[in-house]
Design a protein around this ligand. Structure first.
Ligand code: FES
Ligand code: FES
Length: 163
């Protein structure tokens, strides 16, 4: 098997992993213990395997690990600060937007990327952003509420910081 060295940044830390040339990023992440990146359809339909690649949500089941060379990847394990959850994670808990949780990591990362590029989204914007993250449990209302709540709390915090 032909192997290669992969150098990239994962959750803020420099990594150097040995991978097989044709390996898929999802497989490599899970092999290395990043089980928050879920294996769902493996065809780019469900969004359970979402990671952030240079800040943009990407289906890791559709990407060769080798394509991560020199890039910055964030998985769901990388967004809390110690015991302090990310505000989007807090909002999902507060709004009861988590049931089985299989879709949640991907949804949270997609939402984080949305709020970075669009801090004050409409409900339609949120629904459009989450359209690639399928959920069998919630009916989507509570996840959408959670993203709207996270946007409002972020906006309030930004205003307070400016004062
Ligand atoms: S497992 Fe990647 S999109 Fe479904
Ligand atoms: S909470 Fe179960 S799939 Fe979304």
């Amino acid at each position: 098997m032909k192997t290669m060295e992969l150098r990239f940044t994962l959750n803020g830390q420099a990594k150097e992993w040995t991978i097989a040339a044709g390996e898929i990023l999802l497989d490599v992440l899970r092999r290395e213990g990043y089980f928050g990146t879920k294996r769902g359809c493996e065809t780019g339909e469900c969004g359970a395997c979402t990671i952030l690649l240079d800040g943009k949500p990407v289906n890791s089941c559709l990407m060769f690990a080798a394509q991560a060379e020199g890039r910055e990847i964030v998985t769901i394990e990388g967004i809390a600060h110690g015991d302090q959850l990310d505000p989007v994670q807090e909002a999902f808990l507060d709004c009861g937007a988590v049931q089985c949780g299989f879709c949640t990591g991907g949804m949270v990362l997609t939402a984080k990327a949305l709020l970075e590029r669009q801090p004050d989204p409409s409900e339609a914007d949120v629904r459009e952003a989450l359209a690639g993250n399928l959920c069998r449990c919630t009916g989507y209302c509570k996840p959408v509420d959670a993203v709207m709540a996270a946007a409002h709390s972020k906006k309030r915090k930004d205003v307070e910081e400016v004062r």
